[in-house]
Each structure stands twice: as C-alpha cells, then as structure tokens.
Ligand binder design. Structure first.
Ligand SMILES: [Zn+2]
Length: 103
C-alpha cells in the first residue's frame, strides 16, 4: 500500500465503508492511515469557540487504514494492483497491472 499517493482515487475493500470510492486527501504513512474525501465521516460536538461561537456538531473525515484501500486506475477505472516500472531514463513509475497505464 506504500504505492498510494495523495489525490489517488481509491476503493475501500474492508470496513464499514466497503465498496465506496473516494479521493485520497492525506496519507500518514508511519501510522498506516489515511484520510479520504467523504469517507468515514465522524461527527464531533464542539464547544463554542472564537471561530465557531455557537459550538455545535462538526463533521469531518476520520482516519481509514491504508490496508483497507486499493488504488483505482484512472484509465481502466478498475481497482488495480499497481506495479513499478523503470523508464529508459531510469525514472521509476507506477503502472496499472491491468492496462499498463502510468498512474
Ligand atoms: Zn488500468
């Protein structure tokens, strides 16, 4: 799962959000966790503050474990295992194992 990058489209393969796709917003590699747009929304009651004088309920994305996510290929639109390939100039790129697209 170290192949995932921010802005990747990912599909959830386990947990309560299973089957959904979303865009990766943040990755916390040391913890193996990530935040994806609209996934795992948690609602928190907040106390009134200067920024939010009323207080109230704030929804935000919660962490999701990287092992629960799989990359979706932007070309063939399928959840894909990604591979690595070296280009002729030595640059390493990530490729879709299904269609060969550099992703
Ligand atoms: Zn593909």
């Amino acid at each position: 799962m170290r192949n995932l990058k921010v802005n990747d489209t990912v599909k959830v393969i386990a947990g309560k959000e299973k089957g959904k796709t979303a865009k990766l917003l943040k990755i916390f590699s040391p913890q193996g966790r990530a935040i994806a747009e609209g996934l795992n929304i948690i609602k928190r009651a907040t106390r009134p503050s200067k920024i939010n004088p009323q207080g109230g309920i704030v929804s935000k994305e919660g962490f999701i474990h990287l092992s629960n996510l799989i990359l979706v290929c932007p070309r063939c639109k399928k959840p894909s295992r990604s591979g690595r390939k070296s280009l002729s100039d030595g640059t390493k790129v990530r490729v879709c194992k299904k269609c060969g697209e550099i992703i």
